[in-house]
Design a protein around this ligand. Sequence first.
Ligand SMILES: Cc1cc2nc3c(=O)[nH]c(=O)nc-3n(C[C@H](O)[C@H](O)[C@H](O)COP(=O)(O)OP(=O)(O)OC[C@H]3O[C@@H](n4cnc5c(N)ncnc54)[C@H](O)[C@@H]3O)c2cc1C
Length: 445
Amino acid sequence: MSSSLTVTIVGGGIGGLALANMFEKTNINYIILEKATRIRALGSSLGLDATSLPVMEQLGLLNDFYEVSNPVRHFNFYNDQLKPIGRVDFSDLEEIGGYPAIILDRPAFYNVLLKNLPKHKILYNKRVLSITQGEDGAVAKCADGSAYLSDIIIGADGAYSAVRQNIYKSLKQKGKLPASDDKPLGYNQHCLVGISEPLDPEQYPVLKNDFADFEVVIPKTDPFYAIYMPLPNNRISWAVIQNVPRGNAEKGAGFRFSEWGPEASKEMADFVRHQPNPFQGTLGDIIDRSPEISKIMLEEKLFETWYEDRVVLLGDACHKVVPSAGLGANLAILEGVYLCNLLVDMPEVTQKNITKVFETYYAQRMLAAKAGLSKSRQFGKVMGDRGPVSQFVRKIFFGYMPAKLARKSNEQRLQCRPQLHFLPQVPDRGSIKPLPQEPRLVFNA
Ligand SMILES: Cc1cc2nc3c(=O)[nH]c(=O)nc-3n(C[C@H](O)[C@H](O)[C@H](O)COP(=O)(O)OP(=O)(O)OC[C@H]3O[C@@H](n4cnc5c(N)ncnc54)[C@H](O)[C@@H]3O)c2cc1C
């Protein structure tokens, strides 16, 4: 195990904090540079499944996650008259992969990931602006004038990654940036999210369950749909996803700052609040009982380039998927697992070895990210598209898709259950065998 490797993780979000927990179990010296001044309790929830939970069990965090989450059982679909139009059963996920799919709110997620991390290793209020690389290492420079030198930099800084923008600028100057990576992220959905205050289970009976049934209302004509996800402590996390004309999420055509911020959230809330909710009353009733709501755009893009010399990307920084299939956080965590497994075996910090690690990491993860993007897009389209054809597809998908086919798809996805090879392996409890661990990398002297 390399003892002298130093790493700067840019971004203390899901991917960065998960990776830091893995590095804590190694001799790798790391720090996290996070631009926020504190963890923001942004009102949305996240799901984890059997692909990333084995590693959380290895890290001793599984029960912490179970305590603050609900296991997901079904997705129930309704039209705008609240007539049931279908159900997707996820209750066999635990039997297939050995772990249930779980849902929890983002602040609870962060609290679990922060639990075992030494405070001095996470530096807040550090917005990374630029990256320089040389033979001695890579330097991340921050907006406050500070600079941090390390052997490698990992960009876990989300969809608008400053790390990515820096290496792409350098690659472009060298004529090595693929044309598709030079284009901004695209989007054709806006999303309004929030989490309610604790509600009365008599009024919202789904809150009496010790599992989460997601209730999804898909209107026939209105260009949006709403998802209600019960959380522990009698709260409901909700999201409304609205189709909009395709735009570019950075500078270019279609982007207007006026579409974001509190006024924009209120405007979208007013537009959707009339829709009936599946419990009683309207979506507006739940919006009004949610202390903080946010309007976000759901960007989508798979970047082709994930590294340059001593700098590598992970999570939303290299692939942004729409949230409909609940894959984004899982993908970011899994990338950390593969990268950590490779870095731990690196005997010496040389550019040759670093390149070998980054090339292997890319080869191991690129296809999975591509599949994640496509699955998320498909699921999003089934729920979001309008018109007679889409209605027909929904009818088949929700009503007639044989249970066998749905199970096959889950079996395929949940086969990827890697573990950190340098920690004691946790026993596998799934009925479907996990894919074999990747072979350890051999480094030439
Ligand atoms: C509404 C919604 C619902 C979702 N539901 C799910 C779900 O159910 N399951 C799932 O798996 N995924 C879900 N996702 C996706 C998931 O949130 C992301 O994919 C995941 O957070 C990606 O992790 P990340 O570490 O790559 O980025 P993030 O978690 O976004 O973290 C990036 C971090 O980098 C910091 N940062 C940014 N720029 C800089 C800079 N220049 N310098 C320093 N720090 C910087 C940011 O402040 C942030 O803390 C959902 C997303 C949305 C929007």
